[in-house]
Design a protein around this ligand. Structure first.
Ligand code: OXD
Ligand code: MN
Length: 606
């Protein structure tokens, strides 16, 4: 398909403008067909950028190895370029949009020499849903096109919906590596050096300009850039919520179902929770989404959620038959793997896959790798942020209604993080504003020393949106408060819970997690029906010690540890929020949240 086939004048004009700026060799429109996907994958294999995997073991699968400098989202190089710095707020990197556009235009000039420019019309959310939004990504990466074809709905059907003048979010992307006079990548992953990487969002004009990285959230612009950063701005203006949340469906033994969303910082097991296999008999969990939820109020005052994505971009290490059977099954065919290790028979392997490395591997850097379990210093064969990009409809536990254009009505919202102490296994907010307070104080222990924060310290990550909120986080808190102003008692709005699967004692986890988290979901389900065994505490509503069915190996003592309010720990928490967290937001901090903090402290001191 070519640009001549397009009917949308504004889109054609934008494509022509970018073509003149980036100077590609040719322009191709992504039509969403399997033929086009296969042809692009073949090109990547032929040029040495991708390896076709064993077609008996992993039909339709390929493996890419990226450049060692381009392996994850780059928060330091991510910018919210609002007109006023204050509107980006204290948690975002800001550059004046005029200055940033001028810098980027300099970089984009001629950046697609020797490459094809692809135009990807995509829908975030089921085609035609009143909650969905359309975007168009221009990119010079075939890897990006193929990943977008899995992660979003791409092609002719989207163009039909767009018609001659429909609204779309323009998303511009280049790997930032022009090729001169017949030069080729020679099988090397193209990208620009770190100081030339820019992941830029322009909230007022709702534009995304990304340069220099070909990896994940930096390059698949429908995901973090559009469905979270730009969508959070749209949601504020239009009265809905764009959130970093999984969506799951839980059904009790009587066949009654509820839908739950959950926000957890990256690396807290969101995909595992979304796909868990319950250990309590008769209960069932199905998946609607594992990373992003868009929630809109319905006429009945309930919040209805869609998953704007169509695939899973999951972290591979740690994914095994026992930790997440369903994710492995989803990624068993038609999947793009990035930065995992390759076995001799052209299968994939990663740390935590559930079995030892079978013989000699090629690690994610392309070097030979033989497992040496006695060598604690051995570098991993798969990069810790290596990924699988798998179609959601291949997941055995995908809920039949996962693409319902009306969305699913949400009964409960969960917040959580990795907290070795203080935060109990679960507590429920007293009302909507208390729930917003819990979202605003989410924190998680830093596990890898790759961030600028020391491992073991707690990084506050409000609503798990720290790297994803497209405007001032204080105003975002206010937006959440405003969404509940007519239903403080949550007659229709979801109940809000704070969970913590990661309590430790003597260095060991007290709660087994994974499938056993269904026991906590059961209590949450009962709370929504008003039939749970509860006790009122200074921090909120908690289960009685016997309210949650105990998994094997968890003693009554352990349950007490998990469900007792640690007053001293919480007072430290209050102190940290008061001195280090809330002051950052200055006058943008909603007064309701400051008042909640006072109420909590008073209750703890009583
Ligand atoms: C992700 C993330 O990749 O949250 O989903 O970092
Ligand atoms: Mn995420």
């Amino acid at each position: 398909m070519t640009v001549n086939d397009l009917k949308h004048k504004k889109l054609v004009a934008w494509i022509e403008e970018i073509k003149a700026l980036c100077e590609p060799d040719d322009v191709v429109v992504a039509d969403g067909s399997k033929e086009q996907y296969d042809a692009l994958i073949n090109e990547c294999v032929d040029s040495g950028l991708a390896i076709r995997l064993n077609q008996e073991k992993k039909p339709g699968c390929v493996l890419f190895h990226s450049d060692p400098s381009d392996v994850a989202r780059v928060e330091k190089r991510t910018f919210i370029a609002s007109e006023k710095e204050e509107d980006a707020g204290p948690t975002n990197n800001w550059i004046d949009p005029v200055e940033l556009k001028s810098t980027l235009k300099g970089l984009y000039k001629g950046c697609m020499h020797g490459r094809t420019m692809y135009v990807i019309p995509f829908s975030m959310g089921p085609l035609g849903s009143p909650i969905s939004k359309i975007g168009v990504e221009i990119t010079d990466s075939a890897y990006v096109v193929c990943n977008m074809m899995i992660m979003t709905r791409v092609g002719v059907k989207v163009l039909d919906l767009l018609g001659e003048d429909g609204y779309y979010v323009p998303c511009l992307h280049s790997v930032g590596k022009p090729l001169e006079n017949g030069e080729t990548d020679g099988g090397k992953w193209p990208c620009a050096p770190m100081e030339h990487k820019y992941i830029s969002q322009f909230p007022e004009t709702r534009e995304i300009w990304s340069y220099g990285s070909g990896y994940g959230g930096n390059a698949l612009l429908g995901k973090k850039c559009m469905a979270l950063r730009i969508a959070s701005v749209l949601a504020r203006d239009e009265g809905w919520l764009a959130e970093h949340m999984l969506i799951l469906k839980i059904t009790n033994p009587e066949g009654k179902s509820k839908y739950v969303t959950g926000a957890f910082p990256s690396a807290c097991g969101k995909t595992n929770l979304a796909m868990l296999i319950p250990t309590i008999p008769g209960w069932k969990v199905e998946t609607i989404g594992d990373d992003i939820a868009w929630m809109k109020p319905g006429k009945d005052g309930r919040l209805y959620a869609i998953n704007p994505e169509a695939g899973f971009f999951g972290v591979a290490p740690g994914t095994s038959k026992s930790s997440n059977y369903n994710a492995l099954a989803a990624a068993s065919k038609n999947t793009i793997f990035t930065n995992v290790a390759l076995t001799e028979d052209k299968d994939v392997w990663w740390e935590g896959i559930g079995y030892d490395a079978p013989g000699k591997l090629i690690d994610w850097n392309g070097n030979e790798w033989i497992q040496d379990k006695n060598n604690k210093e051995q570098k991993p064969a798969a990069h810790p942020n290596s990924r699988f990009t798998a179609p959601a409809n291949q997941c055995p536990c995908i809920a039949p209604e996962w693409e319902d254009p009306q969305g699913v009505p949400i009964s409960a919202i969960l917040f959580g993080g990795r907290r070795p102490s203080t935060i109990p296994l679960v507590h429920m907010a007293r009302n909507w504003n208390h729930g917003v307070f819990l979202g605003s104080i989410v924190g998680s222990e830093v596990t890898a020393a790759t961030l600028d924060v020391k491992a073991g310290t707690i990084r506050r990550d409000p609503f798990a949106m720290l790297p994803f909120c497209g405007y001032n986080m204080g105003d975002y808190f206010q937006h959440w408060i405003d969404m509940g102003k007519d239903d403080q008692e949550q007659k229709n709005l979801p109940k809000i819970f704070y969970v913590n699967w990661f309590r430790k004692k003597d260095g060991k986890f007290v709660w087994p997690g994974y499938g056993d988290n269904s026991r906590v979901l059961k209590w949450i389900f009962e709370c929504c029906d008003g039939v749970a065994k509860t006790v009122d505490t200074p921090i909120g509503i908690m289960p009685t010690i016997d309210a949650i069915d105990r998994p094997e190996g968890v003693t009554e003592e352990d349950m007490k540890e998990l469900l007792t309010v640690d007053k001293a720990g919480w007072l430290k928490e209050v102190e940290d929020i008061r001195t280090n967290h809330y002051p950052k937001f200055g006058k943008h901090l909603p007064k309701e949240l400051a008042a909640m903090l006072d109420t909590l402290e008073e209750a703890l001191r009583k």
